[in-house]
Write a protein of this length. Structure first.
Lengths: 89, 606
């Protein structure tokens, strides 16, 4: 029995899992992004950016380490922590 | 009570607001009101409780409730039939001084039974910069006339001394007078229709309906919250003023049938006028909450009761007097709005029943360009570029965002026609159109923003000047959802040209083709004189889902329609287009390669 956490994550048997391949990411009810595959793209390098774009701001992509499904993304400055989204147990 | 009578009265209340809005628009002469719809009308109970939030900028629904309550306290024993009160002090209830509230008590047979309230962004408020947005202000005292409560009409008689004093403090007093008269007319219509309603159904039935309406909204929202899982969701917004970076950080926690919005960790208040007061923050978070979480619930006090807000004093979301706040509505208020939009969307996405009600962030970065100067008819003109209301839709979980589709906090926002602007100001548009590569990438793409360029035209003084403010051009702010990318970033470019042959004859169709030196600007007062040009591009909506899952044919269509570049098709969507066709084999290879790159990166601990 699993329940939905987001469009890309489910909660199953006490774990936060990838909705696509069901692989366990980490314990449910806990921050999970640090357990994913994280890739970072500078916003200034994306098509559509301008010369005014802050040189450090980045888009973080969090992917399932097993099937590479994209789980979430966030905009951040490098020194700022991951944003945590948690469903209570 | 009888459910049919209840329903009829509820709908009549909506009609009261609609008719009052129409009155406001038709009487006001300001483009920001009748073209951009920077307005709001709402109804309140006798004690100032929000009874029915109307349309227009929803940030104002809770602030106008506080305005009513503040007037009730300040004028205790001195509120009479036919009175009308003005309030625009940001540290009492308003968002900034330019957004004036006129609130009107509604009496029936001598008894105070309700209030109506409305606002418009008046033509001018006497701030140090024309139009009210004052990037040069160092405190609220430099941001124009400000009142915590003023009786402007006494028992049906206009107080001429008060009227004259207000108009003596502003630029374009005839236009400000028209704004104020539009609000007086609006409140009069609301009052007349409310009295007619009570006359027809009787006061006890009306009052019972009001109580039931508020109780129903509270009950329905609490029921909805109980359906959703408990949890906490975070979001973050960055913006920039003159190289200083500010952050609005939000943690939204849902426990049972209550929601808490905690802004702890947001930046300290700024020396610039992007701050917002606690009333403005409250309005900022309710603006997306009403339409996203309560799309089928009447917007009133019942929706407010289950919500708690923590906004640290002295921060950019709860500044202390005399911090400047004139740019708040395109500053920190909008960041609060965006942050709340994201956390609410994430919460809705956690439940199958509500997943298709979510949306990435729409139009996260308003810009305020207030032009001022001598117009082609010899008069003075002050006015905003209403393109700032023509935002981009965030993508949904089932469809792309709407290109130049408006914004969530104002369901009736829109922009003026090019010809309208050219008739009011001595300017000519070189172009105005959708902006390529502005919609955030995703399985469903964010709606595109736009771009425009203006040059002086037929200007007695050789051109105009303009006040530019907002949240800068350094950070994307229309966040994506479920892995979607944010929409692209605003930018403002002042093109200088010394060569007299270039400017006035210019018909350039892109920024790069406009002759002259190009300087990025984002804050202050600038000229649009001689052969200058002003280029503005504004942000797209956030995307939803993985860009590598977008149907390749949809990417090809976007390229064909010049909404995305071939470069973006390849780098963001992993789609290879050859001879105007999708190369399916190479697309699959490229997408597999891009997915592999994602998981082969080193995991970073934050």
């Amino acid at each position: 029995m699993s329940t939905r956490q987001s469009a890309t994550l489910i909660i199953s048997d006490g774990f936060t899992c990838c909705a696509k391949c069901s692989a366990s990411i980490g314990p449910a009810g806990q921050p999970w992004k640090h357990l994913t595959a994280v890739s970072v793209t500078k916003v200034s390098e994306l098509p559509g950016s301008t010369s005014s774009t802050h040189q450090s701001v980045e888009i973080r992509h969090f992917s399932c380490p097993k099937c590479s499904a994209l789980l979430d993304s966030e905009t951040a400055l490098p020194e700022d922590p991951f944003l945590d989204d948690v469903i209570s147990n | 009570m009888d459910p049919i009578t209840f329903s009829i009265i509820r709908h009549r209340l909506y009609r009261v607001v609609e008719e009052a809005v129409i009155t406001l628009k038709h009487v006001s002469g300001s483009a920001i009101t009748n073209e951009g719809h920077d307005l709001m009308v709402s109804l309140y109970e006798a004690d100032g409780t929000l009874l029915l939030g109307g349309v227009g900028f929803l940030h104002h629904l809770t602030s106008a409730a506080e305005a009513c309550k503040s007037i009730i306290r300040r004028f205790e024993g001195d509120v009479h039939e036919g009175d009308l009160f003005l309030l625009n002090d940001p540290f009492t209830a308003a968002l900034h001084t330019s957004d004036i509230y006129l609130v009107s008590p509604i009496h029936y047979k001598g008894e105070l039974i309700a209030w109506s309230a409305c606002f418009v962004h008046v033509y001018d408020i006497g701030a140090m910069n024309p139009g009210g947005f004052a990037p040069d202000a160092q405190d609220v005292f430099s941001e124009g006339f400000s009142s915590p409560g003023l009786k402007i009409v006494d028992r049906g008689n206009l107080r001429q001394d008060v009227w004259d004093t207000i108009l003596n403090m502003v630029r374009g007093p005839e236009m400000v007078a028209l704004d104020l008269r539009s609000m007086i007319a609006c409140n009069n219509v609301a009052k007349d229709r409310m009295v007619a309603l009570v006359e027809k159904y009787g006061l006890p039935t009306f009052q019972e309906t009001c109580k039931s309406l508020v109780a129903q909204s509270e009950s329905r929202l609490r029921e909805r919250l109980r359906e959703l899982p408990d949890g906490s969701w975070q979001s973050r917004q960055y913006f920039d003023v003159k190289g200083e970076v500010y952050k609005v950080l939000l943690k939204m926690t849902k426990v049972d049938d209550e929601l808490t919005f905690d802004f702890t960790g947001s930046s300290p208040q700024s020396k610039y006028s992007v701050n917002c007061t606690k009333w403005a923050s409250l309005g900022g978070l309710f603006a997306p909450l009403f339409p996203l979480l309560c799309y089928d619930i009447t917007w009133n006090e019942g929706v407010i009761r289950p919500i708690k807000v923590i906004a640290p004093e002295g921060s950019i979301v709860n500044c202390t007097k005399p911090s400047p706040v004139s740019v708040a509505t395109v500053g920190a208020i909008q960041s609060v709005n965006n942050a709340a939009c994201t956390t609410i969307a994430k919460m809705l996405a956690s439940h199958d029943k509500y997943a298709d009600q979510t949306s990435a962030v729409w139009h996260a970065n308003h810009f305020a360009v207030f032009m001022f100067g001598k117009n082609q008819k010899g008069g003075d003109s002050i006015g905003i570029l209403t393109e700032t209301f023509a935002g981009a839709g965030g993508a949904r979980t089932f469809a792309d965002g709407v290109d130049i589709g408006g914004e969530i906090p104002n369901p009736i926002s829109r922009m003026a026609n090019v010809e309208t602007v050219e008739a009011m100001f001595p300017v000519r548009y070189l172009f105005r159109r959708r902006l390529k590569d502005s919609g955030g990438g995703g399985e469903f793409r964010g709606g595109t923003g736009g771009e425009l360029a203006l040059i002086p035209h037929d200007a007695p003084d050789g051109g105009l000047n303009y006040v530019l403010s907002g949240k800068g051009s350094k950070f994307p702010q229309s966040e994506g959802l479920d892995g979607g990318n944010p929409g692209a970033i605003n930018d403002y470019v002042w093109v200088h040209s010394e060569d007299s042959k270039d400017g006035h004859d210019c018909f350039s169709q892109s920024l790069s083709a406009i002759p002259g030196e190009k300087e990025s600007i984002s804050w202050g007062v600038f000229p649009l004189m001689g052969n200058d040009a002003l280029y503005v591009r504004w942000n797209g909506g956030g995307g939803v889902g993985d860009s590598l899952d977008r149907i390749p044919g949809a990417v090809l269509t976007d390229v064909t329609n010049s909404l995305i570049s071939p470069e973006a098709a390849r780098e963001i969507y992993g789609v290879v287009i050859t001879d105007n066709q999708v190369d399916e084999v190479k697309t699959e290879e490229l997408r597999n390669s891009l997915r592999s790159e994602r998981i082969n990166k080193k995991v970073e601990q934050k």
